[in-house]
Ligand binder design. Structure first.
Ligand code: IPD
Ligand code: CA
Length: 263
């Protein structure tokens, strides 16, 4: 298994780099959104499916026995090793020529994420993690923040059209009442990754999908974050709540969000 994972990790990094170049070339210029709506405020651009198809084909050429699941086309191949891709996370930002978006590729063994590769091309940030081997940003090790006092904390509260406005406002009020500063910047993947690097102290979202979080989960685990049991509570199949936190604020955020913690 170790050799198989080595080969896949190396190949996946290369494939994500190539896909990131395509994404940058296709990125719309700054301005109003260029793309189409899947649902209310849920954008898709021409690049999303192109990049997913590109990654799918590259993986198929190298590892035809592996399963493959993407945001745009669903599960197109099955296998005990399964790649999970979000071709562009933060599409609403990408569609307006903004910088905060990324590509996310995970490898899962059955239902456990083992590898996570995330690239944010506009900031030239490349995140990698392999279960049991640490998490890295541009090859330098990363770890969560040591913030314990909510009054100096920064928490992201993710928002998408599937969330309920009244619930969002309830949680925003609860989190702000602790003295925390909040953010909502439109890429769930990068926000989770920010928790892994210590740039944020927590991320909470009421409903998020597997492809948004699969790669980030490996980074979070390796960086020392405390995460709610997303995969065990429906995240493999449907939009599910997630809380990821630095250890110092985990209990407080768990109480506020009513989400248990995995460790
Ligand atoms: C969305 C973004 C957003 C999050 C949503 C995701 P997309 O993914 O990560 O920040 O709030 O839950 O669906 O549509 O940009 O790939
Ligand atoms: Ca996404």
């Amino acid at each position: 298994m170790s050799d198989e994972l080595d080969r896949r990790f190396k190949a996946a990094k290369h494939i994500v780099h190539k896909a990131a170049e395509i994404a940058l070339e296709l990125r719309p210029s700054p301005g109003g959104p260029q793309g189409s709506l899947k649902h209310v405020q849920d954008w898709v651009t021409a690049a999303d499916s192109k990049i997913e198809s590109f990654i799918s084909q590259e993986i198929k050429d190298l590892f035809p026995e592996d399963g493959f699941q993407g945001e745009e086309k669903g599960e197109t191949r099955t296998g005990s090793l399964r790649w999970v891709v979000d071709p562009i996370d933060g599409t609403s930002n990408y569609a307006r020529g903004r910088d905060r978006w990324c590509l996310s590729l995970a490898l899962m063994h059955n239902d456990e994420p083992l590898l996570g590769i995330i690239e944010a091309p506009c900031t030239q940030e490349f995140y990698t993690a392999r279960l049991g081997h640490g998490a890295f940003l541009n090859n330098a090790p990363i770890s969560v923040s040591d913030v314990k006092d909510p009054k100096i904390s920064m928490i992201e509260l993710g928002w998408s059209h599937v969330s309920v406005k009244e619930e969002f406002l309830y949680y925003a009020d609860k989190i702000l009442s602790t003295g925390a500063m909040i953010r909502t910047i439109g890429s769930g993947t990068l926000s989770l990754v920010d928790v892994a690097t210590g740039r944020l102290d927590g991320h909470f979202e009421m409903k998020i999908n597997l492809w948004d979080v699969a790669a980030a989960l490996v980074l979070l685990k390796e960086a020392g974050a405390v995460v709610s049991p997303f995969l065990k509570t429906g995240g493999l199949y449907k939009p599910t709540p997630i809380l990821a936190s630095s250890p110092g604020l985990a209990k407080l955020l768990s109480d506020i969000t009513h989400l248990p913690l995995d460790g």
